[in-house]
Design a protein around this ligand. Structure first.
Ligand code: FAD
Length: 502
């Protein structure tokens, strides 16, 4: 067995520098050298500002201090996503990070809520959001870090970040270079492959330099320089389910304290994001070009902003789907080169993280046993497809009548895996989890209920409980969460106290 001698990461966006930090730390003790090549002339995509809680594990694993990270990236805290106008115009619900206080078995918070709602009516129990600590905190604009004591309501939420993606990449680059990663500036113009094995051997830069390696990590973004342009790996298309294919992105000045959540507002031909950072608010309209023109979408976005526009809107074009395989020979695609699902649940960076972690766990040696690649590809594909299902759900249960885009979304046949989940929940109130789900039971519950899918039956054990007790339990739970949230500092105060950017 011979260890890898040299790994070359192609691309220096979020994916490239995350991979550089993590891979370098993992392989340093093997004597493997990690290098990265990127082109300032080409640049990075420059969006990708909202995350899910696993980013905290990643930052911790590479030794990134959270306070330093928040200051350096103009970060704010994210408790979840507020969905506005999805079920119908004027409706909203929250997908919070973390769990409901009791979320397993017949006595789960959901079953309490359903039985109480059945007994006393929706008005008496309030929205399901009132029973998720993250949602209650978000509604009150409060933030503090969770506690570990399971008796405390503060134990039942989690959080992620909003950050400036270019500042994050800069911070990771500084760390990676300080730890020995070698960076090359230059544009790749040619890629060479071994005549027999098809393995990539080296890349040529525009100024004739040649960079050789044993393993290549393709982080070249949408251009997918190695996986697509060189290896021609087929594309698995998701666009018949998820037709949005463009986004206008524009920053605007913040208005007061940043909200501790992302807002996703459904518009006529897609949806709009609002991501509050310390120094500005990121906005974008993700839309289907088959349903609205680029110009009309730009105007729609600009008309709906709540702060002074800070730059010209940028248009991004994309395809929704993934590569059939991600690891081909000695090349692994990570980031946008490997696939893309619209950023409705901020999953791209978590997919990057998953890919890097998996690669470290399945690290090859010079023999490149094909079983490692097969396992990597199996899991990564499942992860992509499960996220795809979760995103489709947001559209499938919409109740909007105002445009063909939304009516069409209800009509298209769903992937079997999603259709089964919806039908089981509709009939029984149970969430069926499959392998490699990024989003687990509380997330599916929040979406199902938020989109108005109320199960047709009550859980029999819960329904047999004493009625008074059910109502009282729920009332106390709602009260304790509201009181707990009220004791917390505002999100703005928390940032000012602990992690205000200099
Ligand atoms: P890029 O940032 O495009 O980097 C590609 C790198 O490859 C660059 O350094 C480039 O210079 C280099 N390169 C390319 N060709 C060559 C060449 N020939 N020679 C040398 N170097 C080359 N993700 C989230 O998690 N949350 C979000 O909120 C979110 N919002 C998004 C909104 C939109 C509209 C879009 C399109 C994406 C969003 N994403 C989001 C995804 C996120 O932006 C990406 O996952 C993330 O930025 C990683 O990108 P990347 O590093 O793969 O590619």
């Amino acid at each position: 067995m011979t260890n890898l001698r040299r790994i070359l990461i192609v691309g220096g966006g979020t994916a490239g520098w995350m991979a550089a930090c993590a891979m370098n730390q993992a392989v340093k003790r093997l004597g493997t050298v990690v290098e990265l090549v990127e082109s300032e002339e080409i640049g990075t995509i420059g969006v990708g500002e909202a995350t899910v809680p696993t980013i905290r594990d990643f930052n911790r694993s590479i030794g990134l201090d959270e306070v330093a990270f928040m200051k350096a990236t103009q970060g704010s805290f994210k408790l979840g996503i507020a969905f506005q106008d999805w079920r119908a115009k004027g409706t909203s619900f929250f997908h919070g990070f973390g769990d409901y206080i009791v979320n397993a078995g017949p006595y789960s918070t959901l079953n309490h809520w359903l039985v109480a709602r059945h007994l006393a009516g929706q008005d008496a129990v309030g929205p399901f959001d009132d029973y998720h600590m993250a949602a209650v905190m978000a509604a009150a604009g409060r933030f503090a870090a969770p506690e570990s004591d399971p008796r405390s309501p503060y134990a039942y939420f989690s959080y992620a970040f909003h950050f400036d993606a270019s500042l994050y990449a800069r911070m990771l680059r500084a760390k990676a270079e300080a730890e020995g990663v070698v960076r090359h500036e230059g544009r790749i113009t040619q890629v060479d492959r071994h005549a027999d094995t098809g393995f990539i051997t080296q890349v040529h830069l525009a100024d004739d330099r040649i960079l050789a390696a044993d393993l290549f990590i393709d982080c070249s973004g949408f251009v997918s320089l190695l996986s697509d342009k060189t290896l021609a790996e087929p594309w698995v298309d998701y666009s018949h389910w998820l037709p949005v294919d463009r986004a206008w992105a524009v920053p605007c000045a913040g208005t007061g304290t940043p909200a501790p959540f992302t807002r996703a507002t459904a518009l006529e031909a897609g949806w709009q994001w609002r991501i509050p950072l310390q120094h500005r608010t990121g906005n974008g309209y993700v839309f289907s070009s088959a349903h609205v023109t680029e110009d009309a979408a730009r105007e729609r976005l600009l008309a709906g902003l709540d702060g002074r526009v800070l730059a010209e809107p940028r248009l991004l074009r994309f395809r929704t789907g993934r590569r059939q395989r991600f690891w081909i020979g000695n090349c692994i695609a990570i980031g946008l080169s490997s696939g893309f699902v619209e950023p409705l649940e901020s999953t791209s960076i978590s997919l990057i993280q998953g890919g890097i972690t998996r690669l470290v766990n399945l690290l090859p040696d010079m023999d490149f046993n094909p079983g490692l690649a097969a396992e990597y590809n199996r899991i990564q594909a499942l992860e992509f497809d499960r996220i795809r299902d979760f995103i489709i759900l947001h559209y499938a249960l919409n109740g909007r009548e105002d445009s063909e885009f939304w009516r069409e979304r209800r009509r298209i046949p769903l992937p079997d895996t999603l259709a089964e989940k919806i039908e089981t929940f509709r009939a029984t109130g149970q969430v069926v989890l499959l392998n490699e789900e990024t989003f687990v039971t509380p997330s599916w519950q929040a979406l199902f209920i938020g989109l108005g899918l109320i199960p047709q039956r009550l859980d029999p054990l819960m329904a047999a409980q004493d009625r008074g007790e059910v109502l009282e339990t729920l009332r106390l739970r709602q009260q304790s969460l509201a009181q707990a949230a009220a004791r917390l500092p505002s999100h703005g105060d928390f940032i000012n106290r602990f992690c205000k950017a200099d």
